[in-house]
Design a protein around this ligand. Structure first.
Ligand code: 5GP
Length: 125
């Protein structure tokens, strides 16, 4: 079910549980501000999710409430994950589904990194 990007933060969402170590993940990056791990149901040869460590429901919530340090740390982490994976030259796509029309399903901000093939048109037609 898609979520409303303005709903209150749910401490028991799946990514909160991954952050607390209650659920496993295939982690590729971990620092003060961000955690990155492989998507459980990859939509491209490489599909990584990057999430902030703080409790933010969506891009809307994060961009409005996060501190400058959290925002800088998170954005730098997304870039670092892509560099570490060797994606800068072949290229990659970032996506942050936000709310109902985008079909955001997990109510903790996540940026998708898709890579590993020609990714085609930006949106389904
Ligand atoms: P959304 O549709 O909210 O933008 O994307 C949610 C993503 O989270 C989906 O691509 C889905 O496969 C992924 N996902 C859902 N549950 C889990 C999980 O338990 N572990 C991991 N690694 N990914 C998950």
């Amino acid at each position: 079910m898609p979520i409303d990007a303005t709903q209150p933060y749910d401490d028991n969402n799946i990514f909160a549980r991954i952050l607390r170590g209650e659920l496993p993940s295939k982690t590729v990056y971990d620092d003060e501000f961000a955690l990155a791990f492989h998507d459980i149901n990859p939509q491209a040869p490489l599909h990584i999710l990057v999430i902030p460590k703080g409790a933010y429901v969506s891009w809307d919530d994060f961009s409005a409430r996060a501190s400058d340090a959290e925002i800088a740390g998170f954005v730098r982490a997304v870039g670092q994950v892509a560099r570490d994976a060797g994606l800068v030259v072949p290229g990659y796509r970032l996506l942050a589904n936000t709310g109902l029309d985008s079909h955001q399903e997990v109510p903790h901000l996540h940026v998708h990194i898709f890579a590993g093939k020609k990714l085609g048109p930006m949106l389904a037609r």
